[in-house]
Design a protein around this ligand. Sequence first.
Ligand SMILES: Cc1cc2nc3c(=O)[nH]c(=O)nc-3n(C[C@H](O)[C@H](O)[C@H](O)COP(=O)(O)OP(=O)(O)OC[C@H]3O[C@@H](n4cnc5c(N)ncnc54)[C@H](O)[C@@H]3O)c2cc1C
Length: 373
Amino acid sequence: MRRGMTGRAPSSIDVLIVGAGIAGASLAASLAPWRQVVLIEAEDMPGYHATGRSAAFWHESYGGPGVQPLSSVSFAWLSEQGFLSPRAAINIARRGEAARVDAFMAAFTARGVAVERMTQDEIAARVPGIRAPWSEAAYEGACSDIDVGALHAVYLGAAKRAGARLVTRAPLSAARRVAGAWDVSVGGDTIRAATIVNAAGAWADAVAARCGVASVGIQPYRRTVAQVRLGCPVPADLPLVIHIGGEFYFKGESEGRIWLSPHDETPSAPCDAAPDEMDVALAIDRLQSVVDWPVAAVERKWAGLRSFAPDRLPVFGADPRQPGFVWCAGQGGFGIQTSPAIGALLAAQLGAPPPEGAIGAIDPAPYAPSRFG
Ligand SMILES: Cc1cc2nc3c(=O)[nH]c(=O)nc-3n(C[C@H](O)[C@H](O)[C@H](O)COP(=O)(O)OP(=O)(O)OC[C@H]3O[C@@H](n4cnc5c(N)ncnc54)[C@H](O)[C@@H]3O)c2cc1C
């Protein structure tokens, strides 16, 4: 064990969480008051991979109707704790895509999501310079920016105060089931744990394999974001403008600057993802088909991996075939905004009390790994 320990890890613990991104951290925060928890992270710092590379929004319809309940019930806690700031979203479409906007409105209003149809004038008032074909939109006023760094730090702090230990530069390399528990090789040490939670993001299937557990088919996909300086005034509070068919999104970053993505989904092996110049060029090309804003400079660009199960729903709960092995994976492009719900619901399956309020009313069955047989 290398860093981040206030002492050596105990030789036998209740729950070993593999991965200290938002998934592992949120679970640790909810579980540590009730179970002895160690959180191991392969990198020098927690949050180096997907969690540190997000576009940092809470967008209730994002991820589709199957994900929306987890996002919806997470909103109140994120808001009460001060992690959200107002943004609003315009789910935009071309004139010929009006039927898609209608279908989107029908699907989400039926689920209690506050969405409103926008007129072309209303779109133009919120997005100055919008080009004529982009005349259809559904407005979601609740869309917010998330302070991801603060949220992640609060989860880790709460876990630590409740007695959890975070160990960085500590990759799980192998695990064996011995006498009803796990002997886990972490660096040069062995930790004995009753339960392993696989919160390894893009590496979730690789971690399962190292434990001798069959994969559930978690596939990472690269997603690119660029921070662009514009040659015209665009307000910092520009809403999230997101194509209803998934071709692009952009949102205000500061006065005259936006974050922009071509909504790329390039299959990737688990890795330290880097942006591809072609994806940045594609993002700018798509932006210029939507608005008449000149691009003055690309100031920053980055990429990260969004990891999905085959049905694109998150996977959390006990593995149906391997006792003591629990999944917390497949959070795709919505792992930050759903983390309060997933952390609390999974903690309840591992010994924490059931969550109160709206989160406690969620049925976790659709997200159970047993759906893969
Ligand atoms: C460009 C981009 C934009 C996004 N925008 C949003 C957004 O606006 N809103 C939103 O809600 N979500 C967004 N997401 C999705 C969100 O970032 C992810 O769903 C979330 O961060 C996943 O968290 P995680 O903890 O599962 O993964 P990660 O943050 O990747 O953490 C997994 C950790 O496991 C560690 N690990 C791997 N193998 C081992 C091992 N063998 N031993 C120990 N540790 C190991 C890794 O080092 C890593 O730190 C975005 C993602 C990307 C890439």
